[in-house]
Design a protein around this ligand. Structure first.
Ligand code: MN
Length: 747
């Protein structure tokens, strides 16, 4: 701790200008955060000022302005606690000054040190990686950051850097802006920091396409007055009546987010005016107004203006998945113009703007203090650990934090990110890269150290596979792999191997029969095999091949059977000898299937059971779907999805042939599922879709059918899936893809 003496934090007296900066920061903290340790913030401010002293930013301003501004954003926009403000003040010290993490720990304690360490570390992650993988990054960050504040500070840091980006060289500006657009903005959105996300997008837009930005901004300014006049006139009678009823409220009518207007213009190919007119008027009721008051407002508005019933939405009783609550109605003004009006309380508005943090704050009540953060973090953790639905479940779903727990993120030697299931090994990783890499894997290096192939990988590991020239696949690996890809390839390999051995066994058998002049049909041999407790001749051949059964023993039995026509085992009655015709086989199936009609469910487990069943082509059911079985004329059971039109028809007309079927807990095969993706017809869309499927979801596609029309894209994709969860996961991922509007199950 060489630097401690250099900084006399407690005795240092700030100059007038810095004192004013500090006062301003403290003021923001006091008005946004419950409990503020002003002494610690002052100390952090002084250290920030002193350690960055003499350094300037590209703008020529003293460097310390930056961390102070970041701290203000943290206090104002994120407002969790004073610790995050302190960490924000010091976020660049360890990387850029002679202050060490030890110093920070000495002055401000472990908590602040952990956060600053985290901010320094994740900065590196952002730097080197492919920005197309925003979603995966979000998860990597969440799994890397021990403390949620690390990520929040990172957003604030980037926001201030974007606010001051004009001082950088043009190419640097573009580079930072596109990285922000691709990575930070979607992450801020996923994290529920909606106003930060909007500002980031506007700043990026302004940097990347200044002409379009200025165009929309100028149009907005021009329209401002007429828009305000329009709202004033519209709301005058309503406002009067609201005040008479003692409702205190605020009206927001001007859209602030320029980029979203531009995006809409592009997407809908409409001029500014048409888009702009669509923006809603928002009536926000001050605290402590309730949802009942929202309904009162609604009733007053519709006293004055005629609502369009189809456009009414009640997101208060049924909030959106991300927690958004509001009443939406569209009314017709006296001039015949349509206007959307949104009605919500202050609390609902805060959640709509600030998402996660605000939602949590309200959930916990208004108090905040030193344990506020603990509860925030533990709430996030709880969400991470508990996929169980509770009161917050709908809200949480949108963030899908719970998913991250069963996945890990590892890097290829080139720095590409791969998602693997928890407990994955280098063998899984190798198959993930390419089946050939998996088959030839000899050894693995993790973070430059040699590890056994069955070593369990951890988050953030960089993995390298060393391959040989020959196939090195080991059937024992079956126990060490968790991915479907690796499992199915190893299984296939084992089967091939078994088949080869069985072929050898058949050779041995054929030779023995030739030598003994015995002619025996396959049907007859099946009976012999059964006598030795094999399910099929294949099993018998395999054991003959490995030598675990003596060929002479089998030959003796076969010879005896040939001469007597008998097998001296009593379990022969289960053999097909009693069923001689095809019809009888069918009858047998039919009866078995019928038996399920009497209250037992047929369990679908992927194996052929004594009841023969197939999946209907009309609806392609997959495990997890609600299904029912229909006994066909030949005794097979056809499995339909319950909601399938054909199934509905059968239910109505031939209900006595319907049987109850259920999925077995674990089914070890893949099914065909189809989805329909609708979105913008943009360059790279198909690429992005196939990329998500094959890379991050390791899903095989059977076919993709694409059509596009008037800038819209429609793709019908047929995929191999394990079941409904797999399919839903795919759909959710694709929904998040840029430009995708809708993802539906396709039949
Ligand atoms: Mn910074």
């Amino acid at each position: 701790m060489s630097t401690i003496n250099k900084y006399q934090l407690s005795s240092h007296v700030l100059e007038q200008a810095q004192q004013e900066d500090l006062e301003q920061l403290l003021f923001i903290c006091r008005s946004n955060i419950g409990l503020v340790d002003e002494e610690q913030i002052t100390k952090a401010f002084k250290l920030c000022y002193l350690s960055h002293d003499g350094i300037t930013r590209a703008s020529g301003e003293p460097y310390y302005y930056h961390p102070v501004e970041v701290a203000k954003i943290v206090a104002q926009e994120i407002n969790i606690d004073d610790t995050s403000v302190i960490a924000a003040l010091l976020h660049d010290t360890v990387e850029d000054t002679d202050i060490s993490l030890e110093d920070i720990r000495y002055w401000f304690g472990e908590e602040v040190a952990v956060i600053i360490d985290g901010v320094t570390k994740i900065t590196g992650v952002f730097k080197t990686r492919d920005s197309k993988q925003a979603e995966t990054f979000m998860k990597l960050l969440l799994s890397m950051a021990e403390d949620i504040r690390v990520i929040l500070i990172k957003f604030a840091d980037r926001l201030h850097n974007m606010r001051t980006i004009q001082h950088l060289r043009r190419e640097k500006q573009i580079q930072i802006a596109s990285e922000t657009m691709d990575l930070y903005a979607p992450l801020a959105h996923r994290f529920g920091l909606f106003s930060i996300k909007n500002e980031l997008e506007d700043l990026c837009f302004k940097t990347i396409d200044p002409t379009s930005f200025k165009f929309v901004a100028r149009k907005l300014r021009e329209k401002k007055e007429s828009r305000e006049a329009f709202i004033d006139e519209l709301m005058m009678p309503v406002g009067r009546q609201l005040r008479e009823q003692n409702l205190s409220f605020e009206i927001k009518g001007r859209p602030k987010h320029i980029y979203s207007i531009y995006r809409k213009m592009q997407r809908q190919q409409k001029p500014f005016e048409e888009i702009y007119d669509l923006f809603a008027i928002r009536i926000i009721l001050d605290d402590p107004h309730t949802k009942e008051d929202c309904w009162r407002v609604y009733s007053i508005i519709t006293d004055w203006y005629t609502p369009i019933p189809e456009r009414f939405r009640d997101f208060i009783s049924v909030p959106k998945a991300n927690g958004y609550q509001s009443l939406h109605t569209t009314v017709i003004t006296n001039q015949g113009k349509k206007v959307e009006v949104q009605i919500r309380t202050r609390k609902m508005d805060n959640i709509a703007e600030r998402g996660l943090a605000a939602h949590w704050k309200y959930k916990e009540g208004e108090q905040s203090g030193s344990d506020t953060l603990d509860r925030f973090v533990s709430w996030v953790r709880e969400v991470l650990d508990n996929p169980r639905p509770d009161s917050t479940a709908d809200f949480v779903k949108d963030f899908q934090l719970n998913l991250y727990q069963d996945e890990i993120y590892v890097f290829t030697p080139k720095g590409e990110l791969r998602t693997l299931p928890f407990n994955a090994t280098p063998i899984d990783f190798a198959f993930e890269i390419h089946s050939e890499v998996g088959e030839r894997a000899m050894a693995a290096k993790v973070n430059d150290k040699m590890v056994p192939l069955r070593h369990k990988l951890r988050n953030g590991d960089q993995v390298e596979i060393i391959t040989g020239t020959k196939i090195n696949l080991n059937p024992d690996w079956m126990d060490d792999v968790v991915t479907h890809k690796a499992k199915s390839r190893i299984r296939q390999f084992i089967k091939q191997k078994q088949r080869k051995i069985a072929d050898v066994g058949r050779d041995i058998w054929d030779k023995r029969c030739n030598k003994g002049k015995l002619e025996i049909t396959d049907q007859e041999l099946t009976r012999i095999a059964r006598k030795f407790k094999y399910e099929s001749t294949q099993g018998l051949f395999y054991d003959l091949g490995t030598g675990s059964i003596d060929v002479n023993q089998v030959f003796k039995e076969a010879k005896k059977f040939k001469s007597t026509g008998k097998i001296d085992q009593d379990d022969s009655e289960i053999l097909e000898s009693s069923i001689s015709t095809h019809d009888e086989v069918q009858q047998k199936y039919y009866e078995a299937a019928r038996a399920f009609g009497q209250g037992n469910a047929l369990i679908l487990n992927g194996d052929v059971s004594h009841v023969k069943y197939t999946y209907a082509n009309c609806c392609n059911p997959i495990p997890g779907d609600e299904v029912l079985g229909f006994i066909s004329r030949n005794g097979d059971v056809k499995i339909h999805r319950s909601m399938c039109n054909n199934a509905q028809h059968l239910l109505k007309n031939e209900s006595d042939r319907i049987i109850d079927v259920r999925w077995a807990g674990a089914i070890d095969s893949t099914f065909l599922g189809a989805i329909r993706v609708i979105g913008e017809d943009r360059v790279g869309m198909i690429n992005d879709i196939t990329d998500i499927l094959s890379r991050s979801l390791s899903t095989n596609m059977k076919s993709i059918n694409v059509s596009s029309d008037e800038g819209m894209f429609e793709g019908i994709i047929t995929l191999y899936v394990d079941g409904i969860n797999h399919l839903e996961k795919i759909m959710k991922r694709l929904e998040k893809l840029q430009g995708v509007k809708n993802v539906l199950r396709y039949e």
